[in-house]
Design a binder for this molecule. Sequence first.
Ligand SMILES: *Cc1c(COP(=O)(O)O)cnc(C)c1O
Length: 432
Amino acid sequence: MMFYSLNGQSVKVPFHQAVVQSIAPDRGLYFPEAIPRLPASFFENIQSISDQEVAFSAMAPFVGGSLTEQELRDILLDVLSFDFPLVSLNDRISTLELFHGPTMAFKDVGARFMARCLGHFTKRDPKSKEVTVLVATSGDTGGAVARGFLNVPGVKVIILYPRGKVSEIQEKQLTTLGANIRALEVDGVFDDCQRMVKKAFQDDILQRHFQLTSANSINVARWLPQMIYYLLAYKKAGKEKLVFSVPSGNFGNICAGMVAHKMGMPVQQFIASVNSNAVVPHFMKTQTYTPRPAVATISNAMDVGDPSNFVRILELFEQNFGMLSRKLTSYSFSDTETRRAMKELYSHFSYVADPHGAVGYLGLQKYLDQHPEVNGVFLETAHPVKFLNVVEQVIQKELPLPDQIAALMPRKKQATAVGSYEEFQSFLLSEV
Ligand SMILES: *Cc1c(COP(=O)(O)O)cnc(C)c1O
């Protein structure tokens, strides 16, 4: 399969090139040339198909020509080595728990898939330079990427995070791995980290020395495999008239679910549930897309004022607003509402949700109230301990640390302080 740039000025490239480049030379996001349809029988019989086979059938068309069937099967076996339980709260509401991976966030799936792809691509081409993955993180992405790429040969990862702005657990996940992972503690906020990464991609000196790529959800290898757990949820739910509510920030996750739908998976509606950063709900009301500076909320992985993957959703619906609005509903919720939802989930269902999952629950609840005939799944995108302070304060209960996290706590932080772009650049050059 070939991938084209949504800015329309660059040539089409095969999957492996789209992965290594991350973004097209014209700065556009890559998009698959076609979304193949799986046969109706695939969805009718999905309960008798193994999880691995479901994942393989969905991903194979996109990576064809860049990975052999066996390579893809090996990657999937490794990536999907943890569970994606669908937990039923009542007869209409279930939650798809995506936090059972090594860093306890849904981003583990995409990060692990991308890491293993890059490992294959660099191994295959002995002339290729080491790939340097730059990633700016407000918390969750960095941990998942670091863990996913740990010890992948031919790949080095540089993580930039804002000093004092990530939780203690998140910082441990970013800074204690060593090996091919470097953590830079930036004197600034997340936007400063992101600016440094963007500048590096346009820096001729760095471009001469490094094969740079990014591991954000703009990368097709991080974005597309997220469709797999929607298919697994569909398989487990076994229900008609299904809707998915997805806590959304950059809209990569929900867009991957929409790709699964375009491939033939029956879904009644997608609900993009967001916090006070309400660019998309505003767009769905007014058809005017107005990026805004992000505001800080308790669901901080969704504090995004200009969701990078929304252009992919528009492309999926051929820029046709009527078609889009028949499949996508978007609601925004305040922190007060989110806290209330966390309390309600705990008191009604004894379910401990993190703030992102709670936003997903609110969106689902609102949609179900207006559509009595549908059944819903909300995605729980992170384990509640990743947002320990908020969760414990809201539900007034102490949470035990899961093994993955407890093991990290005694490890020593290793990070290099960076105060300016020049310091960042000289750090990189010292790594050549
Ligand atoms: C990244 C993240 C999101 C947002 O996902 P997008 O694909 O950017 O929409 C939601 N919840 C958590 C916990 C996250 O880490």
